[in-house]
Write a protein that binds this ligand. Structure first.
Ligand code: XUL
Ligand code: CO
Length: 435
């Protein structure tokens, strides 16, 4: 035991009336919702990078946090792992996620870096023998080191591609060994700063080759988890190739990968792409590429990816509704890709962030389930499209009617369609009854 969380007791469900700031008021993991445990619906996870590696810097100032593991090499990394599993236990958190660079210091060579990562991975494996916390996903940091400034897979220099491959091989194997449910690729530098020095088509071919290599290796080592791409339109690159769900799908389709790869959709990234989170989820689900989600929120005034903990039940309810309607996240989950603010210095602040976020997800899940159980909303939307289930609508979809057939049908039957209300305000009020 370290003394980092000294004096803090395990967080338990105490019900909505509890005034204890270190208790769950809505997240009650064993409560049944639509026939499934709340924890199994949400599958929440702690993000190692924001919670243990982030130093509290912003563009105008450096480190604000004073963590005892900073600047201490592998000793620090081991202490960080101890503290991480203590937090998972305090929060009773079923999952965590990490990048290689979050868990161990970079060495002088790829081999040394990978050895460091594997050494901490072995500590994780030992801790996971007694901890209930599982790995939701692993990923490689292919964006912080200056070697990746012009991209990893999309770098003009094939040696950078090779280096990135060496990193991903290591983390993919570690993710497999730790029983990870997914492997994520977020291409923060897979894009460009200026088109003046960039060949888009060439870079996309490189990115597809990289993805093929990852899939081949996953199959070779017997990794059964999902491979996920995390879309984001920009930041850090001015333009990122994995702009949004629709763009990712087009890319996967072009390179024949649409059945092999799904998406990890993040709230703040959806907003940066001028979409709502629920739009991205609904679209991915309809395209068959909904994998997992990163829970957070942006500061909507600043326009940056501020990675704050979620705190809006109405917004998250609409997202959860889409997830439930499409059969849940299965191997995916809700990774808190969220960090406390740089003034939130205390160890307890790390708990407050996760507790609040998890209570918001619990309330959203229950609200979305109530909308579905009530059935009014679904009925209204189904009725709006009922014309396509039979008769002419069905014949059109089944390809039985040509353009000429339809033109003749309108004349023969004297068809003169009457517009019907879209009932937006009524629907908004209806949803608000459950939130
Ligand atoms: C960056 C981001 C990443 C990915 C993993 O905006 O979301 O932390 O989730 O690389
Ligand atoms: Co993310």
């Amino acid at each position: 035991m370290t003394d980092f969380f000294k004096g803090i007791s395990p967080v338990r469900f105490e019900g909505p009336d509890s005034a204890n700031p270190l208790a769950y008021r809505h997240y009650n993991k064993d409560e049944m919702v639509l026939g499934k445990r709340m924890e199994d619906h949400i599958r929440p996870g702690v993000a190692y990078w924001h919670t243990f590696a982030w130093e509290g810097g912003d563009p105008f100032g450096g480190r604000t946090f004073d963590r005892p593991w900073f600047d201490k090499g592998m000793d620090g990394a081991r202490l960080k792992a101890d503290v991480a599993f203590e937090l998972f236990e305090l929060l009773d958190m079923p999952f965590f996620c990490f990048h290689d660079a979050d868990i161990a210091p970079e060495g002088a060579t790829l081999a040394e870096s990978n050895r460091n990562v594997r050494a901490i991975g072995e500590i994780f494996a030992r801790k996971m023998e007694t901890s209930r916390t599982r790995l939701l996903w692993g990923t490689a940091n292919l964006f912080s080191n200056r070697r990746y400034m012009s991209g990893a897979a999309t770098n003009p220099d094939p040696e950078v591609f090779a280096y990135a491959a060496g990193q991903v091989k290591n983390v993919l194997e570690l993710t497999h060994d730790l029983g990870g449910a997914n492997y994520v690729l977020w291409g923060g530098r897979e894009g460009y700063e200026t088109l003046l020095n960039t060949k888009i088509g060439q870079e996309q071919d490189q990115m597809a080759r990289f993805l093929h290599l990852v899939i081949e290796h996953a199959e070779k080592i017997g990794f059964k988890g999902q491979i996920l791409i995390e879309p984001k339109p920009q930041e850090p690159s001015k333009h990122q190739y994995d702009f949004d769900v629709a763009t990712v799908y087009g890319f996967l389709k072009k390179y024949g990968l649409e059945t092999k790869v799904k998406c990890n959709i993040e709230v703040g990234h959806a907003f940066l792409a001028n979409h709502s989170f629920e739009h991205e989820i609904a679209l991915a689900a309809s395209l068959g590429i909904l994998g997992s989600v990163d829970a957070n929120r942006n500061d909507l005034q600043s326009g940056w990816d501020t990675d704050q903990f979620p705190n809006s039940v109405p917004e998250t309810t609409l997202a959860f509704y889409q997830i439930l309607k499409h059969g849940g996240l299965n191997a995916g989950g809700w990774n808190f890709d969220a960090k406390v603010r740089r003034q939130s210095l205390d160890p307890a602040d790390l708990l407050h962030g996760h507790i609040g976020g998890l209570d918001v997800l619990a309330r959203s899940l229950k609200a979305a389930a109530a909308i579905i159980e009530d059935g009014t909303y679904d009925r209204i939307v189904d009725e709006r499209y009922a014309g396509w289930n039979a008769g002419m609508g069905k014949d059109i979809l089944d390809g039985k009617l040509s353009l000429a057939d339809l033109a003749a049908r309108v004349e023969q039957d004297n068809i003169n369609p009457q517009p019907r209300s879209g009932q937006q305000e009524y629907l908004e009020n209806l949803i608000n009854r459950f939130v």
